[in-house]
Design a protein around this ligand. Structure first.
Ligand SMILES: *[C@@H]1O[C@H](CO)[C@@H](O)[C@H](O)[C@H]1NC(C)=O
Ligand SMILES: *[C@@H]1O[C@H](CO)[C@@H](O)[C@H](O)[C@H]1NC(C)=O
Length: 503
């Protein structure tokens, strides 16, 4: 009995000691010891929004693990040749002692100077000078050599998912797929037939609902502005469900889809959702892999110890989920923001709740990822937020799932959700372990799911597919050119094309 007060005293002391090193009460980061790194400091990494990181460290070189204050660092970007540069800069506090700096350029510049300041002192090796031409997203200036581009981008040599998807297609006969795919799928499905020839994009659509082609068009145009893409001819499935249900030795058709499944043999690409968010970072879209890192809510200890889910009723398990939440509000907050697919039964699954900002999800420790029509495309953002993801087992997958490990990057739950409540209870009782999984999931997202990773994935996919084409890609009858948008206000001067003209 006597030991109990002592024990709790020690616990409080331990808690204080645990918090103290992170808060650095009164201590400021050091300009000399803080670290700055990332692709946004390289002229040749052209991205819609460029980004880099700052890690705050004290004068002993010890990294901060909590925010030293949102306004600690100031970033200025300027061009010596252009006094009025059109660059939008944001410094996002990741709340863990580090920051993401992102900037979007609306014109191209030469010799960009990036200054990172801490109370007017240059941080680390600031100013960083990006020498030579620094192109903006709209600049049509492809690097002629794909190998050189991939090196600048630090693209991995291969991706396991690409290797496994393409292993089923050792040879692609373009003439036959040009005839067979539209006649097999073109009536009932919505497809785009693309040809990339001399780095120009051509398209023919099949089916009625082809609105989603805008995502693929935009991405192909963006990629071909940055690098010369091998000549290609391929089909993109614009629908939710993957299509190729045949199995070898039946003849398979190569179809690029945004979602794969255990029962189909489509070639997966990054979803239109993450693709668009990469292109529109600091543009039309507010949720992207960078903004989510700056909005990850309170630190782990201050997050609510319950699970959160919001969405629409696009799958039966989601009904199950909401029903469970109504029975166990202490463990789980799950509600519909929309009824569309199932009979609207308010008494069981209601009431509908107002839409909740995605960023508010991160007030909770446990994020639930349950399939919708297919895989729920929010997973990359959920992983990046710093909460832990409880992911339903599912036959559906996105391009990166094969690199994700259960118990390392997320907590697995059964397809029928029967163990969900137990897993939440388990998580509550294993907080340190669960926090580690949350951090590993976040690290995964930061390493594999950023804008440059998405560009690399598509590029490697196109390169590998191109190697398998046994005939020349052609601009087929009925195809039209997908034109690059023209920017009359900020035309760019492209050194690559100049070099070619001079030859
Ligand atoms: C501090 O953080 C930087 C950036 O993540 C890392 O490279 C470095 O190893 C860390 N330093 C220490 C002492 O942990
Ligand atoms: C789908 O395949 C993956 C990888 O082989 C497996 O882990 C998962 O359990 C499968 N899920 C379903 C529901 O078929």
């Amino acid at each position: 009995m006597l030991r109990k007060p002592l024990l709790s005293y020690l616990c409080v002391l331990a808690l204080v000691l645990q918090i103290l090193p992170g808060t650095f009460a009164g201590s400021l980061p050091s300009a000399a010891k803080s670290v700055v790194w990332g692709p946004g400091l390289k002229a040749k990494v052209v991205l819609p929004a460029r980004y880099f990181f700052i890690q705050a460290a004290d004068s002993d070189g010890k990294n901060f693990t909590r925010s030293p204050g949102e306004k600690t660092f100031e970033v200025k970007i300027s061009s010596p040749t252009e006094p009025f540069s059109r660059i939008w800069i944001q410094v996002l506090d990741r709340n863990d002692g580090s920051f993401v700096v992102r900037y979007r350029m609306y014109a191209s510049y030469t010799d960009l100077h990036i200054q990172v300041l801490l109370q007017d002192k240059d941080v680390a090796r600031s100013p960083y000078v990006l020498q030579g031409a620094v192109y903006h997203e709209g600049c049509d200036c492809p690097e002629p050599d794909g190998k050189v581009w991939a090196e600048h981008m630090h693209c991995p040599a291969s991706f396991p998912q690409i290797d496994s998807d393409l292993s089923l297609f050792p040879e692609v006969h373009l003439q036959s797929i040009a005839e067979e795919i539209p006649s097999r799928f073109g009536q009932r499905q919505s497809l785009c037939h693309y040809t990339v020839k001399d780095n120009k994009v051509y398209i023919k659509t099949h089916g009625e609902h082809v609105g989603f082609r805008i995502f693929m068009d935009a991405f192909l145009l963006s990629l071909t502005r940055k690098v010369r893409v091998p000549d290609l001819e391929f089909f993109v499935n614009l629908g939710d469900w993957p299509l190729e249900k045949r199995r070898p030795p039946e003849k398979l058709h190569p179809i690029f889809s945004w979602c794969g499944s255990n029962d189909t043999r489509d070639i997966v690409m990054p979803t239109y959702d993450i693709t668009e968010s990469v292109l529109e970072t600091m543009g039309r879209v507010s949720l992207d892999m960078l903004s989510v890192q700056g909005s990850s809510g309170p630190g782990w200890e201050l997050k609510s110890s319950s699970a959160i889910w919001r969405g629409r009723d696009s799958r039966r398990e989601r009904l199950q989920l909401v029903k469970m939440a109504r029975a166990h509000p202490d463990l789980l907050d799950a509600a519909f923001t929309n009824f569309f697919f199932f009979k609207h039964d308010e008494s069981l699954y209601g009431p509908l709740v107002k839409h909740m900002s995605f960023f508010s999800f991160f007030k909770y420790k446990y994020q639930i990822n349950v399939d919708g029509t297919v895989a729920a495309y929010r997973l990359p953002y959920l992983l990046a937020g710093g909460s832990v993801v409880l992911k339903q087992d599912s036959p559906y997958y996105e391009h990166f799932y094969s690199q994700l490990r259960p118990w390392q990057h997320y907590i697995p739950i059964k397809a029928d959700l029967s163990d969900l409540l137990d897993k939440i209870r388990w998580a509550r009782n294993h907080d340190d372990e669960v926090k580690k999984i949350a951090l590993a999931g976040q690290e995964f997202a930061r390493t594999y799911l950023m804008g440059d990773d998405i560009f690399c994935y598509y590029f490697r996919l196109f390169q590998e597919y191109a190697k398998r084409q046994v005939t020349e890609p052609e601009v087929r009858e009925g195809m039209e050119l997908v034109e690059q948008p023209t920017d009359e206000l900020f035309p760019c001067y492209c050194y690559h094309t100049q070099a070619k003209d001079e030859l």
